[in-house]
Design a protein around this ligand. Structure first.
Ligand code: HEC
Ligand code: HEC
Length: 240
């Protein structure tokens, strides 16, 4: 009895020690990420869509990526100088901090409406105005249908890939909810900005981003059309 109580209290205090270390690392990471906040947001939720969100990204991928920027294996004109000054310990702390943050949700992709010419409408008859209004409603509905179709296509590629063009299903490595695979250091994608996703998929496609093990992402992205990249990116940006 005594022995097992002792074991419990030892394991509890080890647990407490580990969580203290973890908390200290998050705290240190928060301080050390002060210079990153301008672009990536205070808690890793950037507001500019070309700056990736880092909140809730897994630590393993963040550590790997920051080393890649530092040693130049991943291109990033803005990032290589930022990473250059980070020690291994800084990288660990910063990654622990970002992993512990919650990623924010994105809004639905914007509707692609043609610019309307509002000028001169006051001179039109009521009938003509009604006709214009009807047209605008129809155009909005068409744009909504187009957006829905795009998201369905993106969902399909995410879940099933594309057999004929040999695009692997994203779900296999990035997980059912886009949560990534922490032990394997496969990045989480959910909540990421669509604009960044599109840019980075094109970078893989064109070989500008090329530090992915075994060319995994290059082999996939190079088979994707611009339309497929856009649809998949927008789907991922709003997946839950
Ligand atoms: C001047 C703006 C700027 C600052 C400051 C900045 N970054 Fe970045 N960061 C970027 C951009 C832009 C990218 C995307 C690079 C690309 O296109 O591949 C990026 C990418 C990243 C990525 C890769 C994300 C992913 O999903 O692959 C990580 C990790 C990162 N930054 C961490 C940091 C850290 C840590 C700091 C602070 C030490 C920092 N950044 C400071 C602009 C910035
Ligand atoms: C075989 C596993 C695998 C499959 C399948 C896969 N990925 Fe990836 N993906 C990876 C790995 C590994 C990385 C990180 C590579 C690196 O470090 O650059 C990655 C990175 C990414 C990134 C960059 C994330 C970031 O934060 O910068 C995007 C976007 C992405 N994948 C999208 C997709 C899409 C879309 C699909 C499906 C069409 C897909 N992936 C299928 C393994 C995979």
């Amino acid at each position: 009895m005594k022995k097992s109580l002792l074991a419990v209290s030892i394991s509890l205090s080890l647990f407490a020690m580990a969580s203290n270390v973890h908390a200290a690392s998050i705290k240190a990471g928060k301080d050390k990420s002060a210079t990153c906040a301008g672009c990536h947001g205070e808690k890793g939720n950037s507001l500019v869509s070309m700056y990736p969100k880092l909140a809730s990204q897994n630590e393993e991928y963040l550590v790997k990526t920051l080393h890649a920027f530092k040693d130049g294996t991943r291109n990033g004109p803005m990032m290589s100088s930022m990473a250059a000054g980070l020690s291994d310990g800084d990288i660990e702390d910063i990654a622990t901090f970002y992993e512990a943050q919650k990623v924010t949700r994105n809004s639905l992709p914007p509707l692609e409406l043609e610019e309307e010419d509002e000028e001169g409408n006051e001179d039109l008859s009521e009938e003509q105005q009604a006709e214009l209004k009807e047209k605008a409603v129809a155009a909005k509905q068409a744009a909504q249908e187009q957006r829905d179709a795009m998201l369905v296509q993106g969902n399909d590629i995410y879940l099933n890939g594309h057999l004929e063009s040999e695009i692997s299903a994203c779900i296999a490595c990035h997980g059912p909810t886009g949560e990534g695979n922490k032990p394997a250091a496969f990045p989480a994608l959910n909540g990421q900005h669509a604009d960044y996703l599109i840019k980075t998929l094109n970078d893989y496609k064109e070989g500008k981003r090329a530090n992915d093990a075994d060319n995994m992402m290059h082999m996939i992205a190079k088979r994707m059309s611009a339309e497929e990249i856009k649809a998949t990116a927008y789907y991922i940006s709003i997946m839950k």
